[in-house]
Design a protein around this ligand. Sequence first.
Ligand code: CMC
Length: 429
Amino acid sequence: MSGTTSQLQVDGKTVDMAIKTGSIGPSVIDIGKLYAQTGMFTYDPGFTSTASCESQITYIDGDEGVLLYRGYPIEQLAEHGDFLETCYLLLEGELPTASQKADFDYRVTRHTMVHEQMARFFQGFRRDAHPMAVMVGSIGAMSAFYHDSTDISDPHQRMVASMRMIAKMPTLAAMAYKYTVGQPFVYPLNSLDYTSNFLRMCFAVPAEEYKVNPVLSRALDRIFILHADHEQNASTSTVRLAGSSGANPFACIAAGAACLWGPAHGGANEAALKMLEEIGSVENIPKYIAKAKDKNDPFRLMGFGHRVYKNYDPRAKIMQKTTHEVLNELGIKDDPLLDVAIELERIALSDSYFIEKKLYPNIDFYSGITLKAMGFPTSMFTALFALARTVGWIAQWKEMIEDPSQRIGRPRQLYTGAPLREYNPIGRR
Ligand code: CMC
């Protein structure tokens, strides 16, 4: 490599490729013309060395354990701000002034109700459906209910669709929960803040008065901030890829939610809690550590390891503190799951297998304990992640749509199937 270009030798030919430098983080080699110049593609399954886009939204330094939204450290946003401020920041690029924040909160609040017909749409699901199945279906269905905001070439419609999704996601998630427990849907109450409103829609019943606990509301709001964006992860890349074809925003966000559901991604918080329950007590930990290290055993420590973080996930540190705050507030002195989690973390962090592979607790390790203590069933954990990540998906989708150089995403492949062969009629096979 030299200066701002790099050179690649292929079949005796020298190909010059520009090196592009970002504001921080690794530079990239622009291989856009490689195929035209060499007739070859690059090969990078799982995209471990491939930047799929240019973005100004979120920055992660996985070695140092740093996460910035629009340049601001996650720790400062979680400590001082609220979730809607983070939404504004991710969407607009700057922190809002007091009047911008008041206006944004007002606009989100005015969009919290969903079309009444959607309540009947929910009746079509089985009561025992997983809330994420209901979320994926109902987010996608929004394009059928709100077609006046599906024209992606109209900036106003894009803005309306974005506000609708951020505002209605808590309503849909709460409806998904209420539906599975067989309780009536609770309408949003616009005098409450975003997260308190969500807690009320989940846990209030018409038969009695419900008072939002401000400590729990603040803790959940912080959890939403921690989950709001995480640069080009699997679900966000899914949203971008779906959006690159010109699909409507509701369809794109439904695609992101479907991807998030997987246990290697957003489903890990549910899987981590189930794992802690399965381990059950501190004495059983060595057995599970041995299983996680056994190459022939598919078992993994859920809530451990990350594609990008090769250090303690900064979100996990804040999450751990939030867990203690919530358990204290609820007067839960001895939670056996927390005991298992703390001991598991201690053992894993001193075990050479985990140290060498740089496997640290990620955000999902502690979030399950906290959400369970708040009263959410495990099946709702990923739905809460989807609720919070919606703004990140939208900000990334919007950035892509507004980029004049945007083209349809179309990865290539290394074909290893049968070469050309003649069709053999069925009677001669
Ligand atoms: N337990 C035991 N071994 C592990 C684990 C784990 N949780 N994670 C990775 N390893 C090992 C893996 O077996 C491999 O070993 P080897 O080099 O000997 O083959 C090595 O560490 C590298 O793992 P990898 O699967 O190649 O790494 P990846 O970057 O492809 O996967 C991951 C990242 C998050 C999918 C993986 O660490 C994992 O499955 N973790 C558990 C699931 C989890 O907690 N996911 C939540 C991620 S954070 C929330 C989010 O952003 O969605």
